[in-house]
Design a protein around this ligand. Structure first.
Ligand SMILES: O=C(O)CCC(=O)C(=O)O
Ligand SMILES: [Fe+2]
Length: 268
């Protein structure tokens, strides 16, 4: 991963969000197709549709109709093959690789010593990777597309087909222009906690999606989320560069959900 400005990495860590150009041979269409069809009634043999009523028994996440304009489908990486069409799984796996590369580059830019990253990310306990498939319903009279929040993990990468994404930058809500063939990369809470006392801390960016007005087309986005697993303890570097335990990720997530006024996943 390369930044097109000399201060690119520093600025990405400070803001907690940046744009990443897609590789030329990556086709986001299967992901957008899934966003536009997962909520439609099931048709036998069509794995794009029917996810509202599916139940996804193997997943701890699954379908959720949220109080804002968005309805979401969240599926862990090890279940993509089971629940999604093949071309969607291939695309998501490719995006997972890109997300991992970006995460390691940013950890290094933040000052995590080379060779330390795997231990900092939880070592053999492994992490959690899932996709979120978002359908923003323009015809729903709700205040926002998705309410302001920080992502909980280390990093999230997403692609959206329309504007609406906004970040809080220097105290101001700033709409982000989404050029063709780009991903947005966001830093989340676990990255923020881990790097808070390092020379170049990364910020968990507060972001939201504006409501689409009546008569506007529905908006689609799909993400790759990478974070600690809920059984893990969040880690943090002290200012002396020592890696110590911070708080159980589950406790952290429950407290955050209460603070931000939403319900924590009831299957976790
Ligand atoms: O759809 C977007 O632009 C952002 C989605 C998002 O913030 C999320 O799924 O966590
Ligand atoms: Fe988000």
């Amino acid at each position: 991963m390369e930044f097109d400005r000399p201060d690119g990495a520093a600025e990405a860590l400070r803001a907690g969000a940046f744009l990443l150009r897609m590789p030329d041979d990556l086709d986001p269409a299967p992901g957008l197709d899934l966003c536009r069809r997962f909520y439609l009634p099931p048709v036998p043999g069509d794995r794009y549709r029917g996810h509202r009523e599916h139940g996804h028994p193997a997943s701890k996440l699954g379908y959720e109709d949220r109080p804002d304009q968005v309805e979401q489908l969240q599926i862990e990486a090890h279940l993509w093959q089971r629940y999604f069409p093949e071309e969607v799984t291939s695309l998501l796996e490719r995006m997972e690789e890109i997300t991992g590369t970006a995460l390691h580059a940013l950890l290094s830019a933040a000052g995590v010593p080379a060779g330390d990253a795997d231990e900092a990310l939880g070592g053999h306990h492994g992490g959690l990777c899932y996709t979120t498939v978002n359908h923003y319903r323009g015809d729903l009279d709700r205040r926002v597309g998705i309410v302001e929040h920080t992502d909980s993990g280390y990093i999230t990468l997403f692609h959206a087909d329309q504007p609406g994404f906004e970040v809080l930058d220097n105290g101001r809500w700033t709409p982000i222009e989404l050029p063709e063939r780009h991903f947005v990369v966001n830093l989340g809470d676990a990255f923020d906690v881990l790097t808070r006392h390092l020379p170049h801390p990364g910020t968990a960016v507060l972001h939201r999606v504006a409501a689409a007005g009546p008569g506007q087309p529905d908006r689609s986005s799909f993400t790759i989320y990478m974070g600690p697993s809920y059984g893990m303890v969040l880690r943090q570097y002290t200012s002396d560069g020592e890696l110590v335990d911070y708080q159980s990720f589950r406790d952290f997530s429950v407290a955050k959900a209460a603070r931000m006024g939403y319900q924590f996943h009831d299957r976790i």
